[in-house]
Write a protein of this length. Structure first.
Length: 232
């Protein structure tokens, strides 16, 4: 066992990378497992259901499963509607990747549609299905979006592997989706400056709030946040 583990680590650390530029979001089989990679300029979106762990301790596990499935299914369908490629599921969180000249606009548009679906579809449906459901839980979520260059590689072993995105954009989007306060949607300055005016305001009224937060290096990072909803 140990020699095989040592050899696998050596293969990863010393075998030359085979990296190419990508113009579409790759699928798992598009990238070779042995140090293959695809460099992309992409917008990453994480949609993360809030409070599912607490919900699981409160109601039957089948109810929790139904809530998570309903949220993940809704977010996934919206992402696909706006040409987002779904590349990761992690419990109650789903990640989509957008590529193309209008990738930031489509990603934000999808996020606004998910906000709408949570309020206008999911909450009423759950209240109808379980009459006392809101006594225990109100479905909320967080969406984080960042854009930039990322390296997509395959991680794992043969027959048990998946794509991994490496870079600031996927990392930041994941972190932003975990913010739990008065806003459900958080995007970076890079996303805000790249998206079209179509998703910055409605009838002349801006629906984004700028906030500067302290980052890990001690400086300030500019974010834009919103609770706006826009139907699919």
């Amino acid at each position: 066992m140990y020699p095989s583990l040592q050899q696998s680590v050596q293969d990863i650390l010393y075998v030359d990378w085979n990296i190419s530029n990508g113009t579409v979001v790759p699928k798992t089989d598009d990238i070779v497992l042995k140090n293959g990679g695809r460099l992309v300029n992409a917008t990453y979106v994480y949609a993360d259901l809030a409070g599912s762990s607490k919900l699981a301790k409160t109601v039957y596990k089948e109810v929790t499963a139904a809530v998570i499935r309903a949220y993940i299914s809704t977010a996934s369908r919206v992402f696909r509607e706006y040409q987002g490629a779904i590349r990761s599921f992690d419990g109650d969180r789903v990640m989509a990747v957008f590529i193309g000249h209008d990738k930031e606009t489509r990603a934000v548009r999808a996020a606004l549609a998910i906000n709408w679906a949570v309020v206008e579809i999911l909450r009423p449906a759950m209240a109808e299905r379980w009459t006392d459901f809101e006594n225990y839980y109100t479905i909320k979520h967080g969406i984080g979006i960042d854009t930039g260059e990322a390296l997509i590689v395959r991680g794992g072993v043969r027959d048990n592997n998946d794509l991994i995105s490496i870079g600031e954009a996927p990392n930041q989007a994941a972190k932003l989706s975990e913010i739990r306060d008065d806003y459900s949607l958080t995007i970076t300055k890079a996303v805000y400056e790249s998206m079209s005016n179509e998703v910055t305001s409605f009838e002349g009224t801006a629906f984004w709030t700028r906030t500067d937060v302290r980052n890990e290096e001690g400086g300030l990072t500019t974010l834009f946040r919103s609770n706006a909803r826009w139907g699919v």
